[in-house]
Write a protein that binds this ligand. Structure first.
Ligand code: MG
Ligand code: ZN
Length: 225
C-alpha cells in the first residue's frame, strides 16, 4: 500500500531540508580540508570493530575523529575512544538513521581544520540511511560474510548509493562457506564497477589495502557530489 499524498509531501520536505544542510556541511568539510567517510550496514556487520581498528592504524598518519550513531547507549563511543581519537556518540532515540542536522549539531564545538579524516558510523540499518546525505565524501557499505551473499540484491538502494563495498569478517568466510564470486557478482549487479574490499578487523587481513585506499582517497582533490 502506498503512503497518502500528504505523507509523501512531508517526507519530501524533510529530505529536501536534509539535502540543503548536507550541502552546507560538505562545503564546510571541504573548506576545512577534512575528508569524511560514512559507514552504513545492518546491525552487527562490524562497523565499530572496523572503525576501532582503522582509527588506531591511521592515527599515526592522519588527524582523525569519529561520530557514531546508535538508537541508545554510548557503548560504541567508549569503545572507540580507546584508540585515543576524538569520538562523539550521537544517540538518536527512536530515529533509525542519522541526518545532516544531527551531524551538524554533534560537530558544533569541533574545529574541523584540526582534522584530516572524519568517520561517521551510521545507525545499523540498510534502509533509510540511503536517503540521507550527511555531507560525506565517501559512503562505504559493509556486509559481513555471515549475512550471506544476497544482501546487495535485497537492499539495492543502499548499495547503489554507496561508493565502496567492504566485506567484513573475512576470517569466518570458510566456516560459513561464503561464496566470494556470488557476492562480488551481486554487488556488481546492483552497482556496476563499485570497488570491493574484503577484510577482517579481527585478524587484520585486508586492513592494509583499506587504510592505503583511505589515506590515498583523503589526499585526492575534493570532488563535489
Ligand atoms: Mg556500532
Ligand atoms: Zn530511519
Amino acid at each position: 500500500m502506498s503512503a497518502s499524498p500528504r505523507l509523501v509531501e512531508v517526507r519530501q520536505k524533510v529530505l529536501k531540508r536534509n539535502d540543503l544542510l548536507a550541502r552546507e556541511l560538505r562545503q564546510r568539510f571541504q573548506a576545512a580540508g577534512v575528508y569524511v567517510v560514512s559507514l552504513v550496514s545492518s546491525p552487527g556487520s562490524g562497523k565499530t570493530a572496523l572503525l576501532e581498528k582503522t582509527l588506531s592504524l591511521v592515527r599515526p598518519n592522519a588527524r582523525v575523529a569519529a561520530l557514531v550513531g546508535d538508537l541508545a547507549t554510548d557503548n560504541d563511543a567508549v569503545r572507540l575512544r580507546r584508540s585515543m581519537a576524538l569520538v562523539r556518540q550521537i544517540t538518536t532515540g527512536t530515529v533509525c538513521h542519522l541526518d545532516a542536522e544531527m551531524v551538524e549539531k554533534a560537530l558544533a564545538d569541533w574545529n574541523l581544520a584540526d582534522l584530516d579524516l572524519l568517520f561517521i558510523e551510521n545507525v545499523g540499518n540498510l534502509v533509510c540511511p540511503s536517503s540521507y546525505d550527511l555531507g560525506e565524501n565517501l559512503r562505504a557499505v559493509l556486509m559481513s560474510v555471515t549475512e550471506g551473499e544476497d544482501k546487495p540484491l535485497k537492499y539495492p538502494t543502499i548499495f547503489n548509493t554507496a561508493d565502496l563495498a567492504i566485506i567484513t569478517k573475512a576470517d569466518l568466510a570458510q566456516a560459513v562457506e561464503f561464496d566470494w564470486d556470488a557476492a562480488r557478482q551481486n554487488i556488481n549487479a546492483v552497482r556496476p564497477g563499485m570497488e570491493v574490499i574484503a577484510l577482517s578487523s579481527k585478524t587484520g587481513e585486508g586492513m592494509d589495502r583499506w587504510t592505503e585506499w583511505l589515506l590515498d582517497a583523503a589526499r585526492r582533490p575534493f570532488r563535489c557530489k
